[in-house]
Design a protein around this ligand. Structure first.
Ligand code: NAP
Length: 253
């Protein structure tokens, strides 16, 4: 990183998968990193991995959909690691079902984590960013934003995050804050393993079928997304804002 000052990042849902890889990568880039996750022990373990590798990190149990928990968590980060001027809204869940079987609970749970969570986290951290005249927000969208069978809730949330991204980019640009979205394609994580289970195939079968449709001919890995996030939050990426970057091994749109 070509930083003039050490930065502090918060990565939500960073106990595992894409979030954990992104937290590790930002720490390797020289940022102090706060790992937010529902599961306190898993979040702490993720933070300990970073400190064991020589980075600075803390792990906090924060449900991103809980307004008070978000406020408390963000304040603690500011006290313990410094003003959080980098935010990766990564926490996510799936509650897949065809529309006629989708419950209101399935709908609300997905909206709450992805949309309400990104809103609460961005609102709580923006004051540190605008004060510092520097900020980076990265929202995890998905190729599912373009439509995906069984994911009316998830695709609506991921498309919503794209509008949220562009609006924050417009509002916060004059404070030196950029806001971008990464829309991953198929990334091998617990989340996609759960999808394979839901559709009744092994993860190997699921991966093989999807890889056949991916131009670069392989499954995405959490580090592919971490690498993109690392670029977007870097000091040099200050003129890239309001963009949705599809990281899917080839065109999707
Ligand atoms: P994952 O392995 O399921 O990890 C998601 C993490 O988010 C988990 O640690 C989970 O905690 C945490 N989380 C869930 N609800 C939370 C909440 N309310 N507050 C705080 N943390 C919460 O998922 P992933 O595959 O790494 O996905 C990360 C992000 O990328 C998600 O936004 C996902 O929608 C997006 N994405 C993934 C793919 C893919 O192919 N994997 C593709 C496109 C987009 P628990 O373990 O305690 O539940």
């Amino acid at each position: 990183m070509t930083s003039t000052a050490p930065r502090t990042a918060i990565v939500t849902g960073a106990a595992r998968g894409i979030g954990a890889a992104t937290a590790r990568r930002l720490a390797a880039d020289g940022l102090a990193v706060a790992v937010f996750d529902l599961d306190e022990a898993a979040g702490l373990a993720s933070a300990e991995q970073i400190t064991a590798a020589g980075g600075r990190a803390i792990g906090l149990a924060v449900d991103v959909a809980d307004e008070e928990a978000v406020q408390r968590g963000v304040s603690r980060v500011a006290e313990e690691l410094g003003a959080p001027t980098v935010l990766v809204n990564n926490a996510g869940i799936l509650r897949d079902n065809l529309l006629f079987k989708m419950t209101v609970g399935d709908w609300d749970a997905v909206m709450n984590v992805h949309l309400r969570g990104a809103f609460l986290m961005s609102r709580a951290t923006q004051k540190y960013m605008t004060e510092a005249k520097f900020g980076r927000i990265v929202n995890l969208s998905s190729t599912s934003a373009l439509g995906n069978r069984g994911q009316a809730n998830y695709s609506a949330a991921k498309a919503g995050l794209q509008g949220f991204t562009k609006t924050l980019a417009i509002e916060l640009g004059k404070f030196g804050v950029t806001v971008n979205a990464i829309a991953p394609g198929f990334i091998a994580t617990d989340m996609t393993a759960a999808t394979a289970e839901r559709v009744g195939v092994t993860f190997e079968q699921f991966t093989e079928a999807l890889v056949g449709q991916i131009p670069v001919g392989r499954a995405g890995q959490p580090d592919d997304i971490a690498h993109t996030a690392s670029f977007l939050v870097s000091e040099g990426a200050g003129f890239v804002s309001g963009q949705v970057i599809y990281v899917a091994g080839g065109p999707t749109d």
